[in-house]
Structures are given as C-alpha cells and as structure tokens.
Design a protein around this ligand. Structure first.
Ligand SMILES: *Cc1c(COP(=O)(O)O)cnc(C)c1O
Length: 494
C-alpha cells in the first residue's frame, strides 16, 4: 500500500514508514492511502471472536504493508498491554437499550489520545530504521493539555527519540499540569510558557520553520519531528476501535452482523471521527456519522451550510480538548470525497481568507454521510448531570457534548438501530467541571475535586490520576516565549 498527498495528483506514492516518519507531505498536504481496502464481510466476521490486539494486527496489516506481521504484533501487544490499558483497551458499555458507549479512556493518561499515542511511537521508531534515518528524532509538542501528556507517556524512554513539550503555564487545568509536571522518563522535558496556547504553538511553528535551527540540530545528529494528529501513524490506530466496537456489539447480541449502527463522536481536529469514516469506507456497516462540537462550532456550520469559516470568536469551554477552529483532518475527507484538485483549491482559500465555501453538489456528497450538531456550555453540564442521575453513568464533559448531540439527532430523525457514542475521557480528567455540573459547586480545587467526585459517585479514580498528588514534581519550570528556541537547543545537546 502506497501513500499519496491530499493535494497532489502525482500517483507515485511513498511507503507507510515514510509517511509516518515525515508526517506532512512535501506540498503541504496530508498523507492518505492511495486506495481504501475493502476486505469484505468475511474479514470483519472473522474478527468477532478475536481479542482487541488480534483485531488490531489484522486491520493494521491492510495499511502498513511494509511492516511485517511480527513487527505489528510486537508493537500492538506492547502498546495495548494489560498493565497500560487493563483487560480491554476499548470496551463497549450501554447507556440504555439503544445507546452504546465506546470507552476510549482506559489508557495511561485517561483520554482517548492514548489509543494512538501508545502505538505510534513504536511504529515511528521502526519507520526511522526502515528509512535508514540514523539521527535522533526530537519531537516538539505545543499542547493545551491532553496531547502533551499522551505524547510524553507514549515516547517515554523510546530509544532514538526525545520529547519536548511546551504548555501555557496558566492555560491548562490543575490535573493536566500536575500530570505533565510529574512525568517520569529520561528522554523528555516539559516547560511552561508565560503566555497562552497560541504563544506556545507559534513558538513551536517558528522553531520548525527555522533553517538555521535545523542545521545546528543536524550537526548534533538530531532532527525535529511532530506527534500531532495529522500524522497517518496517529490515524490508523483509530480505525481499529470502531471495527472492534462493531464486533463487540455483535458478540454481545445487541445487533446481528450486517445491521448498520450510527456513530456520534465528540470532535475537535476531526481525527477520531475520521477513523470511523475510514472503517465505513472499508465496508463496516456504519450508517450515519454524527459530528458533535462544543461552542466552537465551526464544523456544525460546515456540515449545515458547506462554508468553513474560521473567522469567528474563539471560546474557552469545559471541553477544552475540542476548542479548535481549524480541524486539520477535514482535509482528508475533502480529498476522499472530492479529489486532490478541489482539495488543493479549498485549502488555498482557507490559507488566504480563513474560509472556503463548497459548491452545492460537493456539500450534498458530504451530507449524505455526516450530520453536524453542537452543544453549548449549559447543555454540556446539564447532560453530565442527567446522565449521572438518570442513567447511572459518570461521563466527562467531552463525552457529554456527544451524548447531547446524539439525543438531538435522535429527536430529529427516525432511528431504530443502535447509536454508538464515543466516550473520549475519564470524568476524573475533568473532575472539577464534572463535579460542578452534578452538584452546582464550582469553587472546588481541581485536585480536591478528584476525591470529592469519587465520594459523591462511588466510581473509582483511575490509578494514574489517584497517585498524582504523591508524585514528585520533575518539570516545574516556566520560561518566556522568547526563550523557547534556546531551550530546544540546550535540550538537543543532551
Ligand atoms: C482530542 C480530544 C477530542 C477531539 O478529538 P479529535 O480527534 O481532535 O477530533 C475529544 N475529546 C477528548 C477528551 C480529546 O482529548
């Protein structure tokens, strides 16, 4: 299987290892497999009796054809080991007769990004070797919370790599900050930036674009790389859990093989939901895809009107991992639906005007699969409370956005089958807001909220979060944004 850029008609593709090593294509586009495999019903049925890791190897083998089965098996088993994810990495639970929840937060950082970021570093290290890259990869991350921690945990002590994370000192939650400041591992560094997320992000972009920096690092035997969600290595593991969830629904007797299910995903960068779209393209019986946004509802408007417009106010919400105005992976949907020419034109417009408007026929194609909904702050909190009180399920704020959207979708449409809602974080990761939503108390400290929420609900705190306050602070420093370049240089020397 070769990989091609979303913006190019050049059909000479690259290997999956090369796509994973480089992340972005040379023309600024994103890598996509040249065709989506359609392995047939027999393939999906054969997975029903398998474990998660066995299913994962079968699916990844279709895409990462320059990796051997042995390599993929070793990587998948290492990534989703019981010590990291418990017995089942992506279990399905049930809110009621017709609503299933796909729980993606059983990994080491209690959010769904672990599903990709536990596996990708392993694929990445193999990719370096397959591409004869002998330099050390320095992964630079600017984070508003979840990605930074998941990248640190994923790349921790991975040979041939080092990670440096920048986060806004006053722009992440107490729990998120503690998670990063107490991070263990010998190949990583975490620094606060006196500024907001944009300052951290712009600093990282500046460093990536600086040829002098690249040359200096090269002399040290180091090159810069990124772990962000446009890398194919982060997307491909996200196909697996949709297929796996479908198999579990069959196994649990909730559906018969072949019955379509609708899927609702809390969305920011459009990476998670895109994994489901690919699974559908492969032939998995998925009906409608419901894209759930928070008040930063640029995607809801897009699916309704065909106009993508990032020129709008930015809101800081209780579902911060979805506070995004540019959903990078949407480009991949444009590519599959409309082809590279149109994708390139629309992306050009986005870069120069911050907006583009689809032609009517193009919008119809996309609307035949996707529906967009959004949930405001009040609706999010109310849903956390309702679901806890009426369904006895403790959900986090991101998942609440999706549950609310799923209900709206159901109210407006005739839905008979199972609706699968994707649950992307443990409620404890956002304990302060979840506790506030249920009790109305909002002046509680972020760490105290962990215990308070556990006392209130009787639900156990995930171990990595429960141990947080006993851990030593290893990365307490904070620097000004002007000093980021120097911090990278210093780190590269070690
Ligand atoms: C990152 C994240 C999302 C959004 O996922 P995308 O792939 O960016 O659409 C939703 N919920 C949580 C908890 C996240 O960390």
């Amino acid at each position: 299987m070769k990989y091609v850029s979303t913006r190019s008609t050049d059909k000479d593709g690259v290997t999956s290892a090369y796509a994973i090593k480089t992340g972005l294509a040379g023309d600024g586009g994103l890598y996509m497999p040249e065709t989506i495999p359609s392995p047939g019903n027999g393939f999906f049925e054969s997975l029903i009796e398998m474990s998660y890791t066995e299913r994962a190897v079968k699916i990844l083998s279709l895409y990462l054809t320059d990796y051997t089965t042995d390599e993929l098996t070793e990587d998948v088993e290492g990534a989703y080991s019981e010590s990291k994810f418990g017995a089942n990495p992506a279990p399905v639970s049930y809110l009621d007769e017709k609503t299933a929840m796909l729980e993606l937060w059983h990994g080491p950082t209690s959010a769904f990004k672990d599903m990709a970021l536990q596996l990708m570093p392993r694929l990445f290290v193999r990719a370096l070797r397959k591409c004869n890259e002998t330099r050390k990869a320095l992964i630079l991350v600017a984070t508003s919370g979840d990605t930074g921690k998941a990248a640190l945990e994923g790349y921790r002590d991975v040979p041939g790599t080092a990670v440096k994370v920048f986060y806004p000192t006053d722009g992440v939650s107490r729990v998120q900050k503690l998670q990063m400041q107490t991070q263990e591992g010998d190949n990583l560094s975490v620094v606060g930036i006196e500024g907001n997320f944009d300052d951290a992000q712009n600093g990282v972009k500046r460093i990536f674009g600086d040829p002098k920096m690249a040359k200096e690092l090269d002399e040290l035997g180091v090159f810069l790389s990124s772990a962000n969600s446009i890398n194919w290595g982060r997307l491909v593991p996200q196909i697996v859990y949709y297929v796996s969830a479908y198999c579990d629904l069959v196994k649990d007797g909730r559906i018969r093989f072949g019955d379509p299910i609708d899927v609702c995903v809390p969305t920011g960068n459009f990476g998670n939901i895109f994994g489901c779209y690919i699974a559908k393209k492969m032939g998995l019986p998925v009906g409608r895809l419901i894209c759930a946004s928070n008040s930063n509802n640029v995607l809801t408007d897009f699916f309704k009107t065909g106009t993508y417009d990032r020129n709008r106010p930015f809101f800081t919400t209780v579902s911060p991992s979805m506070d995004i105005l540019i959903s990078s992976n949407l480009e991949r949907l444009l590519y599959i639906t409309l082809g590279p020419y149109k994708t390139r034109e629309y992306m050009k417009e986005l870069a120069s005007n911050g907006r583009y408007a689809l032609e009517k026929g193009d919008l119809e194609l996309i609307k035949s699969v996707f529906s967009g909904y959004y949930t405001d702050e009040e609706g999010t909190k109310k849903t956390v409370k309702d679901v806890f009180e009426n369904k006895k399920h403790l959900i986090d704020t991101h998942t609440a956005v999706a549950v609310h959207s799923a209900c709206e979708y159901r109210d407006e449409n005739e839905v008979n089958g199972i609706l699968l809602v994707v649950s992307t974080a443990s409620a404890y990761k956002f304990a302060k807001d979840v506790y506030g939503a249920i009790t109305g108390v909002d002046n509680i400290d972020g760490v105290e909220a962990l215990d308070a929420l556990s006392e209130l609900t009787g639900v156990e705190i995930p171990i990595p979060l429960a141990n947080l306050t006993n851990k030593k602070i290893r990365h307490g420093s904070s620097i000004s944004k002007e000093d980021m370049d120097e911090a990278v240089r210093e780190f590269a020397k070690n």
